[in-house]
Design a protein around this ligand. Sequence first.
Ligand code: ADP
Length: 151
Amino acid sequence: MEKVLVLIKPDGMQKVIVGNVLNLFLVNDVKLIAMKLVKPSTRLAQNHYQDLKGKTFFKEIVEYLEGRFHDDAPVVAMVFEGRNIVKRCRDIAGATNPEEASPRSVRGKYGRITTKGLYENVVHVSSSNEEARREIALWFKKNELIPKESK
Ligand code: ADP
């Protein structure tokens, strides 16, 4: 079954909207199979965003994930499972730019663009099945995912 990594980033934690955000993802046929609080190291944050190394905002998004802009708040890391789960969770998250995101999406509801131009968009969702596999292995040990028999 397809899996996806979803992170509620430190702005979600600081704004105390974790419950609301989680509820938006818990729709029909979406199973939560792993969840934990993580204070990511610089290395984990850099590895997570490895494909964006050349971007002008790379340093900022690494610091953002580390909680440096949000009182050192942690990240809520989760794995969801279901059919077509990457696309479904990306639709729930909304567009990367919170101003362009649907008002009903997580990013449309709760995201903002800072005065420095960073998109504080509350959640990360893997962009493909391949990225999901890579990211889940980065954030979770195999035994932290609920196995099929006990779901
Ligand atoms: P997504 O998170 O939607 O998959 P990306 O992987 O392209 O998008 O970007 C990672 C994160 O970097 C975004 O979630 C957002 O926080 C930030 N970001 C992306 N593009 C920009 C931009 N043009 N300006 C500022 N921040 C950005």
